[in-house]
Design a protein around this ligand. Structure first.
Ligand SMILES: Cc1cc2nc3c(=O)[nH]c(=O)nc-3n(C[C@H](O)[C@H](O)[C@H](O)COP(=O)(O)OP(=O)(O)OC[C@H]3O[C@@H](n4cnc5c(N)ncnc54)[C@H](O)[C@@H]3O)c2cc1C
Length: 437
């Protein structure tokens, strides 16, 4: 996805491009063909609503930027209500043919297993980056900065948390500053709440690993349901331990367990539920997590998951132009940068392709503003996210800077989202106009 879009954008700007694709010679457990831009699982590009949905807004921005992936998806669209579903085989074949017939693009089949010293490169090797290249990247970045599995805890919109029930406090009030002493949102549970929560967790539907995807859990990131299976009290002695915390709403009552949420972005609009990585199905997750006092009305920017997924700690490794700080001739794009999904991956390819081509053409290009869906994503992965807890992210309105003067909460949501997408469209047009000169 990302590599195809990056190649297209750079070639359209007048730059000669070589695409290196290891398939069909070297395969992955998920890809079935040798085509570029193969959709490995669902055939959906998700919502196409560019007024009320952040991924729909991203579609809009990619179309406005002459994106090959969106153009081809539109060409092979299938009926799916408000979603953009795609006829996957003709879609991938058309992308492949379009790129192969471009006068400035050449496709070479073969694995790249090292980070080259010279030339301008974009590595868009995805969640299933080949093992040899993964090792080469790891040698460059250090083991702590490249993950081979994700462990995604659900992320909640801060404004949907009931602060009459929850409260801000770090365990044992630790921290140098007031902000640090109030860094976590705490949700208290009585014994009855806890027992009901454990029952629901154990009974919930779970997803299995894909065929060929090795099931491998690491200490420190076990799914919560696996922890609960090890004993009903395990969570209460782990991520839900109630120690070092005092509920200011009920100072005389000691909670039986506490669920903690930690700030997930610099804007403070998103919080992740600490230690709650899970393989519960999405529907089950919303039901189970809304049982938590303080989260009864929670809205989720993303739900949890655990997948085989090679991704960089981009906030520490990449600069605002998506270049590897230690090797600026190398950019990364797509899912390997810590975005998630076909659309987000292609979007980061679009940006990386344009940025790399601009650099080769000797032009200065600022990153797009955070108020656009593109800018919101690239700002998040290259610095807005907390590097210590960095996990892959979908595009969502929590990544956009708030629009001042609008009503908060559920009632104001429609107007707020419209204001975000109106502002994004205008700012994206301005950025494209400046870019295209
Ligand atoms: C099992 C599975 C299911 C998924 N389901 C969905 C889903 O339903 N919806 C969704 O939106 N996203 C899904 N994803 C995520 C999906 O992979 C990404 O959204 C998207 O494909 C990422 O795009 P990308 O361009 O970053 O990587 P990819 O599309 O994977 O492209 C990377 C390319 O690099 C090639 N490559 C890798 N290493 C090398 C090398 N060393 N040398 C040369 N070429 C190399 C690969 O063959 C591949 O063609 C799924 C991922 C997996 C693994």
């Amino acid at each position: 996805m990302a590599g195809s879009e990056a190649a297209w954008q750079a070639a359209q700007m007048g730059v000669e491009v070589v695409i290196h694709e290891m398939r069909p010679t070297v395969g992955t457990f998920a890809h079935k063909t040798g085509d570029l831009a193969e959709m490995v699982c669902s055939n959906s590009f998700r919502s196409d609503d560019d007024e009320q949905n952040a991924v729909g807004q991203l579609h809009w921005e990619m179309r406005a930027a002459d994106g090959l992936i969106m153009q081809t998806a539109d060409q092979h669209r299938l009926p799916a209500g408000g979603a953009l579903a795609v006829d996957r085989d003709p879609f991938a074949r058309t992308v492949t043919q379009t790129l192969k017939s471009h006068p400035r693009i050449r496709v070479e089949y073969g694995e790249i297993s090292h980070l080259p010293e010279g030339g301008q490169w974009i590595f868009a090797t995805g969640p299933l980056t080949s093992p040899a290249l993964g090792e080469a990247i790891r040698a460059e970045t250090g083991a702590a900065a490249l993950a081979f599995f994700d462990a995604i805890a659900p992320i909640v919109y801060a404004e949907s948390i009931d602060m009459d029930t929850a409260w801000l406090q770090s365990r044992y009030d630790k921290g140098e500053t007031e902000d640090e002493r109030r860094a976590y949102i705490n949700c208290p549970m009585t014994r009855d709440d806890y027992e009901a929560f454990i029952d629901a967790l154990l009974a919930a539907d779970k997803t299995e690993f894909h065929e060929g995807e090795t099931a491998k859990y690491f200490d420190g990131c076990l799914p919560i349901e696996v922890m609960a299976e090890r004993g009903r009290e395990t969570l209460r002695h782990g991520p839900m331990k109630p120690v070092g915390l005092t509920n200011p709403h009920k100072p005389d009552q000691k909670p039986y367990a506490v669920v903690q949420l930690r700030r997930d972005n610099a804007l403070g609009t998103l919080y992740n539920i600490v230690g709650f990585q899970t393989k519960m199905k999405y529907g089950a997750q919303t039901d189970v997590f809304r049982m938590i006092p303080g989260l009864h009305e929670a809205r989720f920017a993303r739900l949890g998951g655990i997948h085989r997924n090679t991704f960089l700690n981009s906030p520490t490794l990449l600069d605002g132009q998506m270049r590897l700080r230690s090797r600026p001739n190398i950019r990364f794009a797509g899912q390997v940068t810590g975005v998630e999904g076909y659309v987000e991956s292609a979007a980061m390819g679009l940006l990386a392709g344009r940025m790399a081509a601009a650099e080769l053409l000797g032009r200065e290009v600022p990153a797009p503003p955070q108020s656009t869906a593109m800018g919101a994503m690239v700002t998040h992965i290259t610095g807005g996210a907390d590097a210590k807890t960095f996990q892959p992210m979908n595009v969502n309105f929590g990544l956009f800077p708030p629009v001042e003067g609008l009503k908060g909460g559920r009632r104001g949501r429609k107007d707020r989202y419209k204001a975000y997408t109106d502002r994004a469209k205008s700012d994206w047009r301005d950025w494209l106009d400046a870019f295209d000169g």
